[in-house]
Design a binder for this molecule. Sequence first.
Ligand code: NAG
Ligand code: NAG
Ligand code: NAG
Length: 630
Amino acid sequence: MKQVELRKVLMVATFFCLCLFVYLYWKQSSGPVQALVFSYNHIYTPRRNPLPPQWTWLCVNQRCERRQLQQHTPVTSLATCSMLCGSTQLWPQPTGPVSLGSKALLFNHNQLQYDSVASGPAQDLIQDAFAIFNNSVYSLVQNSEYANEKTDIRKFLVKVSVANGDIVKLKFSTDESYKLVLKAHGAEIVANITAKTYFGARHGLETLSQLIWWDEYANNIGGLKVLKGATVQDGPAFPYRGLMVDTARNFMPVESLKRVLVGMSANKLNVFHWHVTDSQSFPMVLPNVPQLAKTGSYSPEETYSPEEVKALVEFARVRGIRVLLEVDTPGHAGNGWTWGPEEGLGELAVCVNERPWSLYCGEPPCGQLNPENPKVYDVLEKIYRDLIELSGENEIFHLGGDEVNLECWAQHLQKTNTLSNYTDLHELWGEFTVKALGRLQHANGGEKVPNVIVWSNKLNKRPYITKFFDKESIIVQSWGASQWTDTPDLIADGYRVLVSHVDAWYLDCGFGRWRETGEAACDPYRPWQTVYNHRPWQQMHLAKKQIIGGEVCLWTEQLDETSLDQRLWPRTAAFAERVWTDPPLDLSTYSIQEDVYTRLSTQRERLAARGLKPESLWPKWCAQNPGMCL
Ligand SMILES: *[C@@H]1O[C@H](CO)[C@@H](O)[C@H](O)[C@H]1NC(C)=O
Ligand SMILES: *[C@@H]1O[C@H](CO)[C@@H](O)[C@H](O)[C@H]1NC(C)=O
Ligand SMILES: *[C@@H]1O[C@H](CO)[C@@H](O)[C@H](O)[C@H]1NC(C)=O
């Protein structure tokens, strides 16, 4: 085609598009406005006159069997059958003795009454916990008219006794154990929860909520049921049971983080590790260094204000969770750090957005703090001060320290003619870390933070580790593959470890690659069975007392709030039983008991009832036919 003709064709095409655009625009503004908000409520409106039920469940050999409902046969819902037949349906499974009754009582939520025995500031927290528990029970109700129907009892008393009412902040040493006794006395049922601390009592309420369910067949319109009797003694296997969410690759609104915390509390997880920032963005507004978010967030809307952070920390605390804020440095820091020259502080970060990125960082965009600029440490101290103040947390601190790229620093030092000062740039990295730790102590009012977590990296491997890291206070979050020697070496060298092995506990993997170059994906997907069956202390014979616990990690290059719930649940629940109960593995088969499938499926339903959108475990047929899908 000649050029002139081509131009003509293009002009006609452009004109046509323009007309189409005008037409569509006119059509849109004259017609009814399309609803852009997709509301699930419109899809799942319960039907007013549903068909009569067709199934009933029968307990045969400790397993519920689905049967076609015949006339005059007794009807038992799956939920009621499951609760009364064999398995406990508790998740995570308690670590102490459990005995559960085999009968159920009908009640309604108006019969719930609350009583607490505690002194000190825990009293207020217990009231909050009652309200949360009360909501959890109410969230099970599928038909509000049920409350007019007859019940088996007149009163359901929930009584909580906390021995030490002064403990209202979770620490490593906090006793999270509890005892729950559920007993019927005539027309009254009493749940008696006793615990050393509020945090144990709260777990007890969580367990109690799992002994309550909605029976869709009760009174023909549905009803709430509770086990007629139960005794549960319970306490966690590990003091640190964490979940990390990254809010820098993609922003997660506060409401979505609340859902994360609700899911965590339902599974007795206790540390929300918030990887706030990264080289892509800096979404948190820090009162002493507002420039970071101002220049580093994706937009003014995609930020967390100090008030929001504090409210979230409180939301977490009443749910038995502490919030660990992490601003990763010196690597993984770029966007948000470029205002130094303008304010006379010099270059705070180097290699920011540098290309080709693969030379200077693990994924685009690059960026690393400038270790030579003394002002960097002043800014760090301000950041640390803010993080401690916002989270109220100074028993643990996460220093970051992930994936420092020495090539980036070498390039920078070459420019400033100081490269010859170092024969090994790990020395420079070590100096940075020592200075950062000093600033952390300053920021903490001169007191050393007793537990500082750092990501596993070259500097905390042999031979550097003993030179720069103190065994008493440093905890290494070991994220390398479980076959690597990192974890056993750290244990052998006397360090405490937080386990986050990438091959088992990285929840972001398995969704393909998001860029053309470099090793972008960490495939394959880690199914819940892989998450559940990871028990490195058994598999690698590690000293359990040096392992403070585990943490699943969700990096967010390929998700935002729209798929947050599905990525986390139910896999994080599977992880929760690993670190709360820590059941032994059968290393010859790695097979998972039927009971685990059934209980996890039930737990998934609970999460859905609380407003989360967990992924499905299997076809519903498998839930309706326990044991038939294994
Ligand atoms: C429990 O929930 C019900 C229903 O939402 C409500 O009427 C009642 O006041 C709540 N009680 C407490 C103690 O929160
Ligand atoms: C609750 O349990 C505690 C400890 O087991 C016991 O001392 C107390 O009497 C119990 N209270 C009720 C009302 O059963
Ligand atoms: C590094 O080298 C430069 C130039 O060679 C020198 O002026 C400077 O004092 C050295 N700095 C340190 C910390 O040794």
